[in-house]
Design a protein around this ligand. Structure first.
Ligand SMILES: NC(=O)C1=CN([C@@H]2O[C@H](COP(=O)(O)OP(=O)(O)OC[C@H]3O[C@@H](n4cnc5c(N)ncnc54)[C@H](OP(=O)(O)O)[C@@H]3O)[C@@H](O)[C@H]2O)C=CC1
Ligand SMILES: CC(C)(CO)C(=O)C(=O)O
Length: 344
């Protein structure tokens, strides 16, 4: 790694890309944002506001931003390429990196799900592709608000595969905590457990803090996680400990009464009232979601061992309906989602 002078390309300037890239630019790193129309125009015209739950509220001026929708311009000089597109765009981004990126550039997937980094590796043979994971939620300002704001709305760090000298030093800057780990596969599976809630937020249309404070919603998440843990056990996958709790205890803790959960999960509940989930963003905008990467990964894994996943399948079907309807988050109740007593 060429140290602080390395060029970092943000391959997919959306919520995560703008927040991560913004923190890096504010720390003096050389950052190029590769995005599309609305975001690129906003960055070029009014710059970027980067804020967080800890009270930082900073601005990258438009003149200091390099933003483009041209992949060749964005990728040709990059030493590090942070892939921050949704899973459905991974294949396309891999093709752009293959065509325009330098063979020696380090590619890091900062995407949810368990397959994106492997997909990039398969499409970029011979290149260094690392698995990364973003533990926090980012809320992007509504269209038209200027400057575009990328707000970190919960606590958490970025985790990446270890093994590339100087990479953590390059990426770990004020407002963006980065940790190298040797167990990223296990981290991915553990994050997947948390991400099973993304769909519940999208279906309920509730902010994450309100939804997690409600035991009926937590009970559904706990039951989804039970199915996932059974599938992982059968496949010999041990999810990493990435929160204060061992993953095996998550269902038990989620089912506790609200008052006790509130005490035990104080860190988990330290969330901005605006925080929702990246899947809520997609349903809100009428875009395809990552349901196939999240609940879908659990269902596929469970199938190999003949383990039933009725709840994950039901949630998947409801998200598919919401995707097809394109009317935004449907605002379902816990019973409507779980198929419980009052859902008929
Ligand atoms: N949002 C969050 O809080 C969190 C997200 N994650 C994960 O991070 C990843 C990124 O999520 P998020 O930031 O929310 O996604 P966004 O949809 O906000 O951002 C992705 C951006 O990439 C752009 N894009 C897609 N393809 C291209 C292309 N070929 N060239 C240029 N730009 C492109 C999209 O443009 P367009 O919209 O026009 O398609 C979009 O603006 C996902 O895997 C998500 O699950 C993880 C933790 C939290
Ligand atoms: C909210 C969070 C951080 C965890 O579910 C997330 O990963 C997302 O929004 O995709």
């Amino acid at each position: 790694m060429g140290g602080a002078t390395s060029t970092i390309a943000i391959a997919g300037a959306g919520s995560i890309g703008c927040h991560v890239g913004g923190c890096l630019a504010l720390a003096g790193r050389k950052v190029v944002f590769l995005g599309r129309g609305r975001v690129v125009e906003a960055l070029r015209e009014s710059g970027l506001r980067v804020s967080d739950l800890d009270g930082r509220d900073r601005r990258v001026e438009a003149q200091a931003i390099s933003a483009t929708d041209d992949p060749a311009t964005a990728l040709r000089d990059a030493d590090v390429i942070l892939v921050t597109v949704k899973s459905g765009a991974t294949g396309e981004m891999a093709g752009l990196i293959a065509a325009h990126g330098r063979p020696e550039a380090v590619v890091v997937s900062l995407q949810n799900g368990v397959d994106n980094a492997d997909r990039l590796r398969a499409a970029l043979p011979g290149r260094r592709v690392l698995t990364g994971m973003v533990m926090f939620n980012v809320v992007q300002s509504p269209d038209g608000e200027t400057p575009l704001r990328a707000h970190r709305a919960s606590q958490g760090e970025v985790m990446i595969d270890d093994g590339v000298d100087g990479l953590v030093g390059l990426l770990d800057v004020d407002g963006l905590a980065v940790e190298a780990r040797a167990d990223m596969k296990a981290v991915q599976w553990s994050k997947l457990l948390m991400n099973l809630n993304n769909a519940l937020v999208a279906l309920s249309d509730l902010p994450l803090a309100r939804q997690l404070a409600d035991r009926s919603w937590r009970a559904i998440l706990a039951a989804e996680i039970d199915e996932a843990l059974a599938a992982m056990r059968a496949a010999g996958i041990a999810p990493a400990r990435i929160t204060g709790l061992p993953p095996s205890l998550l269902p038990k803790v989620l089912r506790l009464p609200d008052w006790l959960f509130g005490i035990l999960a104080r860190r988990m509940l330290a969330i901005d009232p605006q925080a929702r989930s990246s899947m809520w963003d997609d349903v809100k905008r009428g875009r395809p979601t990552e349901i196939d990467e999240l609940q879908g990964a659990v269902i596929r894994l469970a199938k190999q061992a003949g383990i039933p996943t009725p709840l994950n399948e039901r949630v998947t079907a409801l998200v598919r309906q919401a995707e097809a309807a394109k009317r935004g988050p449907p605002g379902l109740t816990p019973d409507e989602v779980s198929g419980g007593p009052r859902s008929a």
